[in-house]
Design a protein around this ligand. Sequence first.
Ligand SMILES: [Ca+2]
Ligand SMILES: [Ca+2]
Length: 586
Amino acid sequence: MIKKIKPILIASILCTPIHFPIHAQSIELEEFPPVTDATLRDPPAADWLMWRRTLNGWGFSPLDEINRQNVAGLRMVWTRALTEGSQTGTPLAYNGVLYMPNPNDVIQALDAITGDLIWEHRREIPEDASEYFGFLSSNNRNIAIWRDLIIDTSVDDHIFALNAVTGEQVWETLVLDYKTHPATQGAGPIIGNGKVFTGRSCSPRGGPDSCVITAHDAATGAELWRRRTIPAPGEPGDETWGDVPFEERKHVGAWMPPSYDPELNRVFIGTSVTSPAPKFLLGGADKKHLYHNSTLALNGDTGEIEWFYQHLNDHWDLDHPFERLLLDTKVSPDPNAVSWINPSLELGEQRKVVTGIPGKTGLVYTLDRETGEFLWARPTVYQNVISEIDGSSGDVTVNPSMVFREMGEVATVCPNMHGGKDWEAGAYSPETNTMYYPLRNMCMPTLVTDEESASHRIYAMSVRHEIAAGETNLGTIYAISAETGRTEWKYEQRAATASLIATGGGLLFGGDTNGRFKALDQSTGEVLWEINLGSPITGYPITFATKGKQYVAVSTGTAATTASFLSLTPEYKPSFANNLFVFALP
Ligand SMILES: [Ca+2]
Ligand SMILES: [Ca+2]
């Protein structure tokens, strides 16, 4: 299937407008082993083949050449500037090549050892797309690899596949017409069982039919199913919107990549708030407005909802679309650390769970991923929106004093719309059975208003951001046992913390908005190594090995939340350059 490309074909690729010149050090074509579904289920330790490396969302690599003892000797081996826009990219590492998603659907293949460009693909984005999309749409958070294809979602609401060897486009499929149903596709796919699973945010102007999770055939791009996140009249959940007309049910997005369990053939994906957010503006504060702020467990073949769990009836833009951790663990929540526990749980039971911090509230939720049964939940950073969770049913009670009832009301909501937790990913280490989360101590004085001048008219809210009362540090990392729910350790600093990965070397890698990239000890939270990369660490770190040597890669730049974080730590004045960095031991 992988053919050696003749020089004449390379010449023709050179002439197409979407490619930069292909350099001499092109990939050895005959040595490109296809990435199979089996590879993606159980990737070789050396590779980083999807957003969180594995389908279970862990952000964990077993590589251990770089470890607690030697990480202090880590040094930069190459760097490269990335294109402009909101930069939150995750490189893929395979076969000696880093595939880097740059903002605005630019994808580069780089020699992983030298950093030299092998090919670059620049998708032509229609000029009028900027009338429909803002800065967030320039995000190119992650791409996927399958067989010899690199697969991405696009600013103009397509999904497209490139030949991993040449960068040439192989297929593209329209998901939505952005002129009628604009949806922001900042997140890319994960691929399970030959299917490309993607979610997206959906603009209110696109109505409910733009709010879809989709599956496409990875080989051809053909659409296999689409799951609307908002029920229509006659569908289950319709009644949870009261008498709100279907066309007025808006903006329940699924704007981060899903996780996938190949054994259950289930896609786990989370959803966001409605527009407007305060529910008195949307048929009543007593309605659930499914499936907003929920975990959806979807059948991988059909997109049917096999179960769902609603984390929060959300009046404040506290989205729940973040990475779901799929793991098997003993479940023994410690009542001294865990606020809400299912009373029928037999302590020490081995369960298949979906866990982690799915939403901006910072709450950890552990559910049985076969049945959706609530097992336990606990808060982390200060929050004032959830007052109670019924352990038996998992039903969440919001704090009644925080529920808006009319225009002009004000309240200080904690955390704020940037979390707590936001798009920056946590990680899970099977070596410690512990999850690690970059969280922020933030609150949000909020006025309910639909005036033109509102800071977030889309939600009928005008907000400010502040560090939570009583805290001086904005950034934290929480290490929380997946078995007991206990905080194993907590790290704090002034600058806002960002995405983490865990490694077999006992390390966590992660950065902050002040440009510091760090390695911490998984067991203690001690900082073992640190470097100033000059700009906020906005990309997702990865680690990989090629020719027997381990590398760590991370990218910097600017993202939608960096300015708000930095406004709360004015002593820090980083630059805002989109750059990729790669490190190794000498
Ligand atoms: Ca993209
Ligand atoms: Ca939102």
